[in-house]
Write a protein that binds this ligand. Structure first.
Ligand SMILES: [Zn+2]
Length: 418
């Protein structure tokens, strides 16, 4: 079976750059002509469509976050003037806010790349436990599964009892939904006297809408023999990125332009640096350029051994508001946790202070128990820290065992801005 959905996934880097730039320029020309709001955004900045001809040019435009979108749509329902009012729209979805989203048409491979990469295809019978009510989730994930040839059971928000019955009676082979709901279904099956691994055929699961905790992933894979995949997107822009069988980061979708930006300036940051995920979905109906997701991630540019040539996102490191900027780089609580996982038994707190015009990053390490090997801990810690967080700690302090309480904050910003 072919591993890729189409040839776009294996384009060379120059091909990819020109393909995306070309599609972006087309979208901008059309959007300027058809969308009253986009024209206004351009005119206010003295920009013409010919000023945005490449992904790099996008930083001339403002980032629009969800809050801003809600405001725009409330003022000018349904789509804030971001749409082509004459374009045929097959469905309209809503999500809390409210935000109204026109479905971008059935020729868009929405989510199909993710399902293909996860190995779904003809012969699969997939339980789709995403809600079909009003929101985009159920129907768009459904469409993606259909595009790779899978049969879909639209179980949506049915109870765990009903889901178990469907899995059993319909000989379901795969699941898509949130990880916690799959675990709830597995637990219900156990309660009903089934052995999920032996009695059922669910061998594959693609998750979205909720982080997949490594411990839960391990349980699915080892205890229940379910191969798991993560997908990432947002209701306003559709699918954004997905895991391949390598499971080392999420490939960005060919239909989206993904930028990682400094949320305070809207400027793109370098590969490897943490910033806000900003997405532009290439389409000819809804001209939402530079949607700010509020999620933090970084771009991985190394080639992936699966053969796909798109960049990858490193995963989601948290929300923009939770992170602290140190010497121009974001550090998120999730990164501190990741560093700590490399040193069993220790607790870590980062303290950011300021000396003159320089940020000082101090890592306080509490060895907690007595079993921690503190020899060489400093240098090992520094090395792992820099790998995970990109910035280097200025000081690594070993504090007395037990001096960091269990609920201690991971990041403490003591800088005063005068
Ligand atoms: Zn890959």
């Amino acid at each position: 079976m072919n591993t890729f959905l189409d040839d776009l996934e294996t384009m060379s880097l120059p091909e990819r750059v020109s393909h995306q730039d070309h599609r972006l320029a087309q979208m901008v020309v059309l959007g300027y002509e058809r969308s009253s709001r986009l024209r206004k955004i351009f005119d206010e900045r003295g920009l013409k469509p010919s000023d945005i001809v490449s992904v790099k040019d996008l930083s001339k435009l403002p980032v629009i976050n969800r809050e801003k979108l809600v405001e725009m749509e409330a003022k000018e329902p349904p789509y804030g003037g971001l749409e082509d009012p004459g374009a045929p729209v097959e469905r309209i979805f809503t999500s809390p806010g409210p935000v109204y989203e026109p479905h971008l048409g059935s020729d868009d491979p929405l989510w199909a790349r993710a399902y293909k990469a996860a190995g779904f295809g003809p012969g699969d019978i997939v339980l789709n436990a995403f809600s079909y009510h009003m929101v985009a989730a159920g129907l768009t994930f459904h469409g993606g599964l259909n595009k790779v040839g899978a049969t879909v059971v639209p179980s949506g928000a049915s109870t765990t009892n009903q889901q178990v019955q469907l899995i059993k009676d319909l000989k379901v082979t795969g699941y898509t939904g949130t990880p916690s709901f799959l675990m709830a279904i597995i637990e219900k099956a156990k309660e009903l006297g089934f052995d999920f691994r032996k009695d059922f055929r669910v061998k594959r699961a693609s998750f979205a809408a909720e982080p997949l905790q490594p411990s839960l992933r391990q349980r699915f894979e080892t205890e229940f023999d379910i191969d798991t995949y993560q997908m990432y997107g947002a209701t306003e822009v559709g699918d954004v990125a997905y895991e391949c069988s390598e499971k080392k980061g999420w490939h960005t979708c060919e239909e989206t332009i993904v930028e990682i930006v400094d949320p305070s300036t809207g400027q793109q940051v370098k590969p490897g640096e943490l910033g806000e995920v900003v997405v532009t979905r290439l389409n000819h109906i809804f001209f939402l350029l530079r949607f700010g997701t509020g999620d933090l991630s970084s771009i991985v540019t190394e080639r992936c051994s699966c053969g796909r040539t798109s960049c990858r996102l490193s995963g989601i490191a948290g929300r923009v508001g939770d992170a602290v900027k140190v010497r121009g780089m974001f550090v998120a609580p999730s990164q501190v946790k990741k560093v700590t996982e490399n040193f069993p038994g220790i607790a870590v707190q980062l303290v950011i202070t300021r000396s003159g015009h320089k940020d000082i990053l101090t890592a306080r390490i509490d060895p907690k128990g007595t079993g921690v090997d503190t020899a060489g801990l400093h240098s090992r810690f520094e090395k792992v820290f820099q790998e995970v967080c990109t910035v280097r700690p200025d000081r690594v302090e070993l504090v007395n065992a037990g001096s960091l309480p269990d609920d201690a904050k991971l990041l403490v910003d003591e800088r005063e801005w005068k």
